[in-house]
Structure formats: C-alpha cells, structure tokens
Design a protein around this ligand. Structure first.
Ligand code: ADP
Length: 392
C-alpha cells in the first residue's frame, strides 16, 4: 500500500512516498519556490537526485506534476495505487489529540485554528486542498504538531494570566514538534524495551523544543502558545520577558509586527552572534575567535541545560535523555557542552561514543544515572504510519 507523507509550506512542498506497512521509502522530494521566480523540484530515487527547473505557479500545479512524475519515473502505474496522503498540520488546537481522516468538518476546524497559527495553517490547508482536488478518491489524513502534547494537564498548559484568556480566547500552552517528540518516545521505549520510561527529548534543530514524558505521554514541553518560547533557537528568542516588546516599540518606533518578526526571525543564535542562525557557523566562529559566537553558544547550551534540569525534577529523575533533529543528531560539540553541564544529574559523557553524526546510539557512560541517547527523528515516517493506520 503506497502512502504519501506531505509537508506543505507557503512556497514549498516536501513529500515522501512509502510502501506500507513495510515502512520502505520509495521516493522523497521537494518543490521549491512555488509561485516565485526560479521554481524547481527534486525527486530522489534510489539515492539519485533528479532536479528540474520549471514554472510551478501554485501548490495544485505542484501536486499535478508530482503525480505525473510518479508515473513517469515508474514509481506508480496509476494514481489508484496511492491509498492515503498524510499532511503535516501545525495546529490542531485542543480539539485534536490524534491524527484524523480529513472531511469537511475537520478542514473547517483547521481553518478556524488559523488565528492560532497564522504562518503555518494556511499553507497546510493549501496542501490539503490541492491534494484533495487532484486525488479526490484518496483518503487525506491530518497529523498535528500539537497532538502529542494534548496529554499535558492544566497545571502545565495554563499560563498565569486571567483565566478568561484561556476560556474566552484559547490562550494556553499547545506545544509543537509533537510528531517528533512522539516518534522519539516510541523509539526509545522500543530500544530499551520499557513502556514506562521517563524521557526527556531534546529536539534541537533550527527550531528547538524540549519535552518531558512518562510512558509516551507528554507531561510538559518548552514551546507554548506559539513556537516562539522555550529554549533559544536559530532565529527565535525562546523565553524572554514580554515587557521587552512594548519597551522596544516605544523606544524605537517599531510596530508590533516588526518586533514580532525580529523575535521570530532575527533573534536566537543569529541575533546574539550577528553572523548566522546555523550552529555550524557558530562553532566555526568560536574557532575563529568570535566573542559573540562564544556568548551565543553558551546561552544556547545553558538554556537547554536549564530545561533539562527542570524537567528532570518534574519527572522525579528521568530514565533517559534523547537528542534529536539537526543539532541534536549532528552537533557533536553542542551535545558535549550540554552533557558536560549535567554533572549535577550524575551524567557523564562517553566522548568517543559522542563522536558521531546522525546515528542511533548511547552517548553516556555505563555509570551515568541517566542514559543519554542520540535518536534520529523521522517525522515523515510517523505521518505515513498514522495515515496507513487510518487509511487501510
Ligand atoms: P529545522 O528542521 O528546524 O529547520 P534542522 O533539524 O534541519 O532544522 O536543524 C538545522 C540545524 O542543524 C542547523 O543549526 C545546523 O547547523 C545543524 N546541523 C545540521 N547538520 C549538522 C552537522 N553535520 N553538524 C552540526 N550541526 C548540524
């Protein structure tokens, strides 16, 4: 059974096709610069990349080309072979704690959540509608970034603001990257053959979030009402004092949109270092003696360590800490610096084991009180699994 796993951005469309239930990746690819100058798309088949540049004016056209190319490349003989399309959907609010087959009601709900995720849900909806038009007989499934965190209780998801803000305006913590946090919890419970594990997941990529879970149920997570708070990120601030916002507006004359744009896109590693949001550039900057890169890196590490320590207390001592996503999987120096600051939790880094990128393995010594692992994430596979289970 062939399943497509899809992630639609405002001008991009990433896809992976799986043979299920074998979980075999048949092809992956991406359409870039949709509706812009220089649009192009890439198919990866048997480790070989095929790139074409041609005008792609909207997502629906991209989907049409995608289906035609699947046939041209002999991946499928007809569209009837596609039995489900899973859509990464950023916001499911407090209504969806699991993936769901999309019907008119679900689509309207996702539309109604746009005020909660104005940057993401509209693009996800465009993806859903485009696939629905081109493949009207195929089941569409929404897989929500917020769903995994729906097990948090009020103590963890409420903000200490007037209660009416929660009741009347849905102001609460939702959490994001849920598909990844769920995947990593499932995988580590499988590796250690223990369904009750207390796990801290550090999903550290360009966006970053930490979660605390028991037996695959989320207790708390660092992102909040939006993906802006929590740990410091590539371009996002993480936690800051909200009073900075009116202060900067009043002092500089910036508008609220300009300030929010700065907090989302020009802060974090980029804002402090002044040179890059990319962890590799920051590490190189430190080697080159750039003082601001050094400060940015120390802040980045420190804030992750603070969340790990907080969640370790919350879990009354975690069993495992997992590192995942771009930096978590590949950032040897960053992992080392984080773990070297966790001595108070009786964690010791196995420096040799840590000297690796992108491989699943334990990186703490055998006498560490909490085991630390690298576990590469696979959000596309999670989307394909949920879609297969709902479409079969
Ligand atoms: P997102 O999905 O949030 O855009 P990723 O999970 O792709 O981000 O992570 C991007 C980050 O991963 C960047 O900061 C980049 O420096 C880091 N990264 C990717 N590959 C490596 C590597 N080989 N070594 C160190 N860091 C890496």
């Amino acid at each position: 059974m062939k399943i497509l796993s899809v992630n639609a951005g405002s001008s991009s469309l990433k896809f992976s096709m799986y043979e299920m239930p074998e979980e075999k990746v048949i092809t992956t690819g991406v359409f870039e610069r949709i509706g812009l100058e220089g649009s192009n798309y890439t198919f990866k088949i048997n480790d070989e990349k095929h790139k074409k540049e041609m005008p792609v004016s909207n997502h629906e056209e991209a989907v049409k080309i995608l289906v035609e190319e699947l046939i041209n490349y002999n991946i499928i003989k007809s569209v009837n072979e596609i039995e489900g399309v899973g859509h990464r959907t950023v916001h499911g609010a407090d209504k969806y704690s699991d993936s769901i087959v999309i019907n008119d009601k679900v689509l309207n709900d996702i539309k109604s959540f746009i005020p909660l995720a104005p940057l993401h849900n509209p693009a996800n909806i465009t993806g859903i509608e485009s696939f629905s038009h081109i493949l009207p007989n195929v089941k569409m499934v929404a897989v929500f970034d917020t769903a995994y965190h729906q097990t948090m209780d009020k103590v963890h998801y409420l903000y200490p603001v007037p209660y009416e803000w929660y009741e009347d305006y849905a102001v609460r913590k939702y959490g994001f990257h849920g598909t990844s946090h769920k995947y990593i919890n499932g995988r580590i419970m499988e590796i250690l053959n223990n369904k009750e594990l207390k796990v801290i997941v550090c999903h550290i990529g360009n966006g970053a979030s930490i979660s605390a879970s028991i037996g695959g149920k989320c207790i708390d997570t660092s992102m909040g009402f939006t993906p802006l708070p929590g740990v410091m990120m590539g371009t996002r601030t993480g936690d800051i004092d909200p009073s900075i916002i009116p202060y900067i507006m009043n002092t500089t004359g910036m508008t609220i949109d300009q300030v929010m744009d700065t907090l989302n896109k020009k802060s974090g590693l980029l804002g402090v270092s002044g040179i890059s949001s990319d962890s590799r550039d920051i590490c190189q900057g430190i080697i080159d003696g750039n003082e601001r890169c050094k400060i940015a890196q120390e802040m980045f590490v420190n804030r992750i360590v603070n969340y790990i320590s907080m969640y370790n207390t919350e879990l009354n001592t975690a069993d495992v800490i997992c590192f995942t996503a771009g930096i978590g999987e590949n950032g040897i120096e960053v992992r080392e610096q984080i773990m070297n600051k966790l001595g108070a939790l009786n964690i010791t880094l196995d420096k040799e084991a840590n000297n690796i990128r992108g491989k699943e393995r334990i990186i703490s010594t055998s006498d560490s009180k909490i085991q630390c692992y690298i576990v590469p994430t696979d959000e596309e596979l999670m989307i394909a699994r949920d879609t297969y289970n709902l479409a079969k």
